[in-house]
Design a binder for this molecule. Structure first.
Ligand SMILES: Nc1ncnc2c1ncn2[C@@H]1O[C@H](COP(=O)(O)OP(=O)(O)O)[C@@H](O)[C@H]1O
Ligand SMILES: [Mg+2]
Length: 421
């Protein structure tokens, strides 16, 4: 990777970063991390050599995961050891916090709630970014009444709803990812910006400053910035411990974006079904699955069909089978009767014989558990839902798909509502 970005003016400098214009692309900016750690709205602050690089790596891996899951973020790419490139935004000065377990400021603000109280669904809170007044908590009504205008977008009820949903989705995606490392994501904060197209994006950074992480769900093992916040005196040895923890988190993140491994095998009874099967494969890959196409007729090549099945059973992979056969579907039921793998029938029905074509997929002998869907997208979604039980990235794609549907409907409703008929 070469990083020859020509830096323009300094747009803004905060406690831990500088933001620069990029001369060759006015839509982007460079986030330059500082070797600086701060707490208590900047009251406590130390130089910590190597912190910029660790934060940068952490942030890059987190946003890589969010981007892969399909969340709309400002992150573009890492640009060297201590910087990254982002879409240039006007920022909304609100911190969006999500909590799974009660701790920290929550239990101070809500006397009587024990530490560790579990919020289900996760609790969402908002704070106005205002160091001088210690980032006061703001209600939805306060955010809307502030009438923030960012890149020509007025932040109203719709925008708040979109950000709240997105905030919780980001938390859920990262919570599941961290769970694969036996780490409990306790709470976290994000910020949003609006780009020059008026699009709301998850922006700023997400690093060890942004969350509480408890390995094995044990508070005593915490690895995040709370360790630094808790220090009354700060020795060099303390700072080294904080840095070692941050490094540990950055290293763990390498395991959170696995290459696609969940396999869907689309078995067709005849090569004439290929087009239908390609549609299933396309949708499956968009959901983060690996897809393979095979052809074999259960009626005309029964042994070969069972041999192909044995091939996958012996592969050690996690496989969902999709059976595609027109007219009488022997394929799906034969597969289903001979394997514990899930089998989804997706017959390519003809409009004038639908009811006859689906009958063989539905009216199966006792002992068979294959399911049936009619549309290629449905087959891919059904396979993804099965894989999502063990594959957090597939789960995240499905979750973000729901978020995207929510946002699309909200935007469409806003547009229609504001039509002058
Ligand atoms: N993509 C972006 N475009 C424009 N500004 C950004 C972007 N991401 C982050 N910023 C802004 O960069 C500034 C510096 O970050 P930081 O040092 O964390 O500031 P703070 O101390 O206010 O939290 C913040 O005001 C933040 O909102
Ligand atoms: Mg900040």
């Amino acid at each position: 990777m070469s990083h020859n970005y020509k830096l323009g003016e300094l747009i803004i400098e905060g406690k831990t970063k500088q933001v620069y214009e990029l001369v060759d692309n006015p839509e982007l900016c460079l986030l330059q991390n500082k070797d600086r750690i701060t707490a208590g709205d900047g009251v406590k602050a130390h130089d910590l050599e190597g912190k910029a690089a660790i934060s940068n790596a952490t942030n890059g891996k987190v946003f890589e995961l969010l981007n892969q899951a399909g969340i709309k973020t400002a992150f573009v790419q890492i640009a060297g050891e201590t910087a990254s490139v982002s879409r240039k935004c006007e920022m909304i000065p609100i911190e969006w916090v999500t909590r799974r377990l009660a701790t920290g400021s929550f239990i101070r603000r809500h006397a009587g709630v024990p530490e560790g109280y579990r919020f289900n669904p996760p609790l969402q809170e908002t704070f106005f970014k205002d160091d001088a007044n210690h980032d006061p908590q703001w209600s939805e009504e306060q955010i809307i009444s502030a009438q923030f205008k960012v890149n020509n977008l007025l932040i109203g009820k719709d925008e708040v709803d979109i950000m709240r949903h997105t905030t919780i989705t980001v938390f859920e995606v990262l919570e599941r990812a961290w769970a694969t490392r036996d780490c409990a994501l306790i709470d976290m904060k994000i910020e949003f910006g609006v780009d020059n197209k008026g699009e709301i994006l998850v922006a700023d950074v997400i690093d060890s400053d942004s969350w509480r992480l408890w390995p094995s769900g044990d508070k005593r093992l915490m690895k995040d910035k709370q360790v630094y916040r808790n220090l009354t005196t700060v020795t060099q040895a303390d700072l080294e411990t904080v840095k070692r923890n941050f490094k540990w988190i950055a290293n763990q993140l390498d395991h959170l974006v696995p290459p696609p491994s969940s396999l869907v095998v689309i078995l067709m009874g005849s090569p004439s079904d290929e087009e239908h099967c390609q549609k299933i494969a396309k949708h499956a890959m968009a959901l983060g699955l690996r897809a393979q196409l095979r052809v074999s007729s259960a009626h005309k090549a029964t042994e070969e069909t069972l041999r192909i099945l044995a091939e996958y059973e012996g592969s050690g992979e996690k496989v969902v089978l999709v059976a595609v056969a027109g007219r009488s579907n022997g394929l799906g039921p034969v597969l289903s009767g001979n394997t514990p793998f899930p089998v989804i029938n997706c017959p390519p029905v003809k409009p004038d014989s639908v009811s006859q074509d689906i009958w063989s997929s539905l009216n199966v002998p006792s002992g068979l558990g294959c399911t049936t869907v009619l549309y290629p997208e449905s087959a891919a979604l059904a396979a993804a839902q099965i894989h999502a039980l063990h594959d957090h990235l597939v789960w995240s794609r499905l979750r973000v798909k729901q978020l995207t549907n929510f946002v699309t409907l909200k935007k469409a409703d806003k547009k229609l509502r504001n039509l002058n008929l």
